[in-house]
Design a binder for this molecule. Sequence first.
Ligand SMILES: [Fe+2]
Length: 352
Amino acid sequence: MEIVLTRNLKEGDILAADLMDAYDTILLKKGIELSKGHILAIKSAGIYYVIVKSKNKVSSDSIKKLNAIKETMINVIPGFFDAIFGEDSSKIEEELYIVDDMVKYIVETGEINTSIFDLKEYDDYTYVHCVNTSIMATFLGIQLNLKPEELSSLALGAILHDIGKMKLSINILNKKEKLTIDEFNEIKNHTLNGELLLRNAGIKDKIVLDIVLQHHERIDGNGYPYGISGDEISIFAKIVSICDVFTALSANRSYRDRFNPNDAYEFILTKYNIMFDSYMVNTFKETFAIYPRGCKIRLSNGIEGSIISQNKGFPDRPIIKVYYDGGLKRAVKNYDLNLLDYINLTIVETLK
Ligand SMILES: [Fe+2]
């Protein structure tokens, strides 16, 4: 199922749910194939969006399948990492299929998973972080029109980006107090150590090696290990860098509580031209929604509702189904509110 704005309906779209008017009377039954006449009638009834069957089997089915792939990857990665540590290249090749499966799947469904909330449903378990970063990076890579083989390397590099950290002591990784300079230097070395580890294991893919080495370099030159800047940094490392920061901020860490996904999103936007390439930040904005479908929010005037769809290019101004009025202090009959039409209103909070 997917929600389609009435103005985007096409002849032949099939209704996935009964279409009701404002008084809950059924206008059209679920399963009907829409004709031109139906679409005109829907428009003149003032209905803003319609739920139709997805043609390419996306939405809930596809999210379920993506979660299953994620699950498999989380189980496979420890063995994959072991093969790298054991420098056993035959085993590395054997395990690689899962990364390709994931990329193929994401490309075939063609749907950008706008629900970044889905990416934070587990703890800060290292492998989960790798998989989430890899999934996000693949979506960004598709948006950037990368070639299929580049996408595979990108996804693999994203899985492996922090492999150098596996050699760090757990005490440093989970330390709550401020790190000493020596400890911080040790952490910084995970980029150099990771790249060396991969080379020793026979991985020669430049995209993968660049990602592991450069994912903490920053566009303004204030990153590590080399402090390179701008276009000296590989585009693949730039992609992983932005996804790494986002997924890390969205996860629970030992030394602080998790950021709200929208705070993590805001953080990324404020690092425009400082940590991240402006082009990359814009692509991130175009690719991922701040407030995904189903997310409950409160507006600056006290109204509460849940997100029903997005306005492309305006990630902070989605379309909301209102169910509570904070001014009246009571539930109200559901109605749709397009934040693009109410520029004076802003989303102030996400609700549980
Ligand atoms: Fe890292």
